[in-house]
Design a protein around this ligand. Sequence first.
Ligand code: SF4
Length: 454
Amino acid sequence: MSSNVLIERKNQVWIKSESINELTCDKQSVAGSVSQRACVFCGSRVVLYPVADALHIVHGPIGCASFTWDIRGSLSSGPELHRVSFSTDLREKDVIYGGERKLESALSELIPKYQPNAVFVYATCITGIIGDDIKAVCKKITNIFNIPVIPVHSEGFKGTKKDGYKAACSALAQLVGTGDITAIPKLSINILGEFNLAGEAWMIEEYYKKMGIEVVSILTGDGRVEKIKKSHGASLNVVQCSGSLSYLAEMMKEKYGIPFIRVSYFGIEDMSQSLYDVADFFADYPEVRLKAEEVVKTEINLILPEIQKYRSALSGKKAAVYVGGAFKAFSLIKALKLIGMSVVVAGSQTGNQKDYEQLKMLCDPGCVILDDSNPLELSEYVIQKKADLFIGGVKERPIAFKLGIGFCDHNHERKIALAGYEGMINFFKEVYSSVLSPVWNFMPCRNGELKEIV
Ligand code: SF4
């Protein structure tokens, strides 16, 4: 165990073939540990942000809105209202006298001006503390303008980022079930937990289309209010990034009887499995399975020669992976194995017990598994395990660069599509250019001197 692990956190670190403790997870971050996690509000914001024809207004001080402005690289094929960040900009006077009137007046000005199809009103820490009745304001504005104005109960302090996902799912659940589903065919699905970063949702939708499956709604990538409203008409929910939208999938199963499956679109193996799993769900239509096999065969044949090239160059290299949801880590481990790389550090912000059990099975002996980690722990284990590459998000990037190793952005800010078959090649290309860049030879902190900078 590293000397940089706080006593309160020692059970959230687990080393394969060495640790005798159980891995603890699903708990609030230890104060002072400088967790890599974001707040509850941020959790809600990342899930709802890609709904492009909705107006998103943050009821709180301006910092909450600017901190999450344009937070995902989610593309839209039409409106781009989601890219504008609105805030009530609460100040001292509002904290003392309440901010409800300010919210009401902001909504009354913005709705006629931008004509959104729905509005999401995000609660923040301060509105939770002063006790503004956001629900009452939303109800009043809904009645005036006759569009859904939905409160998102995402007060930043009230839990972990995961609670933000739940709040976002509850907000979406208010739209689901309110649209007309008469024209939706039996061979239909919703894609949940796909956020259309760099156009990935369009690629995935295309694969399903080739199998003869209609995608009713993608939640929330390239999201549209009308499509979300009728998503209860689909036969199956296909849930990616299980941490963020699984609550909605469970709600839809309970209320509308729609079953769901968990998939991942990262890596050849998982991408193919996600097509086969959907085909197998529609087993009464054997032609769907045949078409899925055709898609997989064609796509793999296109990328196999490229993969071989990357395998020869990268075999034996080591990676550290730290992501939001643990499900993504599974796919990354499998994908890296395909090019001969091993994962020596793996962790997530929001994994649960079941996720970590699967992660333990996938990892090689000696791999360090970290739940809700922090910069100090991550740095220490990256050095100890001599990783050549760090795969993570915006908060992990400076750690990698300070340590003088390659970095690959696999989070929501990225601009390169990494999902699907085409995305796999983009990913390997990124890994290749990052790991083998000659720039690392000029880093004084490499070659045994890494420890000095931690
Ligand atoms: S909601 Fe609270 S924790 Fe989150 S950004 Fe705003 S003030 Fe910070």
